[in-house]
Design a protein. Structure first.
Ligand code: SF4
Length: 417
């Protein structure tokens, strides 16, 4: 289906009452959806049935997800005014899905100085950002305490900016380099000004899949250990999945089930962000290990399933305009999503992997897309405090980045330490 067809498909679902759609769905799926709409937790088998629903069943799933979204979080579409800062693209890890990493001898490898990073933060602040989101490659030449020192430098100049930074992979690397336990290391970063951690580097939380995607990457046990350690220290994280590559539907369901288990224990996840795999410039694609998957229905399945399966545990389901493009992301607002992510101001992890959505979304455009969906856009902080009435001075305006300002690595990118 092309974008217009997807839009028409979802608009038709929106205009049709639930009971009509339910009447056309299979009896088993109908029972599962009613269970979810009554606020009961779904089993993994029920989740699998929802995630793999097609045809009339999928129409009922999308409708139920939209109703659950309305009941759980209302009609506001939240977004954050933020800027990505990808401080280095030098990385030795070699994830097969990453088009962002460079070896240090490559001509376009970079490792930004503190001055460059501070200039980017200054620019973000001047444009009204409340958050900077920082991730980088895993640079073998990184000084052991680099992440801490970066935080100290940023917070000493910009005490009010929220620093959302360092994926679990980077935390693992930093802890190893400093020979610290995860808890001690994260506490040190928190005390130096770390506000929250992106729950990236999750990809699919299954070690057999991870072995193929990137055998050097943080494994499931370490990922869980790091995020739960952060939560125990009062440092909240997002949660993510990268879908549309090697995984089976069962892997997806188990991934979300693991997130539910963690959330029941810690309540530390602020949001869930499904991230579509961008295949073009990746080793996985070049080696023929993945087939491109048409965007549209799979994305609707993922977002609607996420809303229903995480119901009662993670309220904020974030769409990704970076992965889907702004127009398709806007469609997902009617399939369970309530958050439009951030303005980013610069993004090129996904661009490097072949994504074409661009690097900046103006607040005006987010407001327009929310309005078109019959909703209202509301700025939020990183931790989902609503910032009613605040109008970012320049963050609302698209700015074409200078070549110097362009860097790589996006929070939630399909690359990313
Ligand atoms: S995803 Fe991150 S860790 Fe993996 S190769 Fe890319 S930059 Fe390195």
């Amino acid at each position: 289906m092309n974008l217009d067809q997807i839009r028409g498909f979802v608009d038709d679902i929106e205009a049709t009452p639930l009971n009509v759609l339910m009447a056309h769905a299979s009896a088993a799926l109908r029972a599962t959806l009613l269970k979810s709409l009554n606020g009961l937790e779904l089993s993994t088998d029920e989740g699998l049935a929802i995630y793999t629903a097609t045809g009339d069943d999928l129409r009922a799933v999308i409708k139920a997800a939209d109703l659950a979204r309305a009941e759980d979080v209302g009609e506001e579409v939240t977004y954050v005014v933020n800027r990505n800062i990808n401080f280095t693209n030098i990385c030795f890890v070699g994830c097969q899905f990453c088009g962002f990493k460079r070896q240090k001898w490559e001509s376009d490898a970079y490792d930004h100085s503190d001055d460059t990073i501070l200039a980017k933060v200054a620019d973000a602040v001047a444009r009204g950002a409340t958050e900077v989101c920082m991730q980088g490659g895993i640079n073998p030449d990184m000084p052991a305490f680099k992440y801490r020192d970066l935080l100290v430098a940023i917070k000493s100049h910009f005490p009010d900016i929220h620093v959302h930074a360092f994926s679990p992979m980077e935390i693992m690397y930093g802890a190893r380099r400093t020979r610290m336990e995860y808890s001690d290391y994260i506490a040190m970063l928190r005390d130096a000004g770390l506000g929250s951690i992106p729950g990236t580097a999750a990809e699919i939380l299954d070690d057999s899949i991870r072995e193929v995607l990137s055998h050097k990457k943080v494994d499931v046990a370490a990922w869980v250990d790091i995020v739960t350690s952060a939560h125990a220290l009062g440092v909240r994280t997002t949660s993510t999945i990268m879908y549309g590559h090697l995984e089976s539907p069962r892997h997806v369901v188990n991934h979300l089930d693991l997130l539910r288990t963690i959330q029941k224990r810690t309540h530390g996840f602020t949001e869930f962000v499904p991230l579509r795999f961008i295949h073009e410039n990746t080793v996985l694609f070049r080696r023929g290990l993945v087939k491109p998957q048409e965007s549209g229905l799979l994305d609707l399945q993922m977002y609607a399933f996420s809303r229903l399966f995480l119901r009662g545990l993670i309220d904020n389901i974030q769409t990704s305009w970076v992965k889907l493009g702004v127009d398709l992301a806007a469609v997902t607002l009617k399939a369970g999503c309530n958050d439009f992510s951030g303005t980013l101001m610069e993004e090129s992890i996904t661009a490097q992997a072949g994504g074409t959505a661009g690097e900046f979304v103006a607040v005006d455009l987010i407001e327009e897309k929310a309005r078109e969906a019959g909703r209202v856009a509301v700025e939020r902080s990183t931790l989902y405090k609503k910032l009613y009435g605040r109008k970012a001075p320049n963050g609302a305006r698209p700015i074409v980045p200078s070549p110097q300002a362009l860097d790589n690595h996006a929070c939630g990118g399909s690359g990313g330490g």
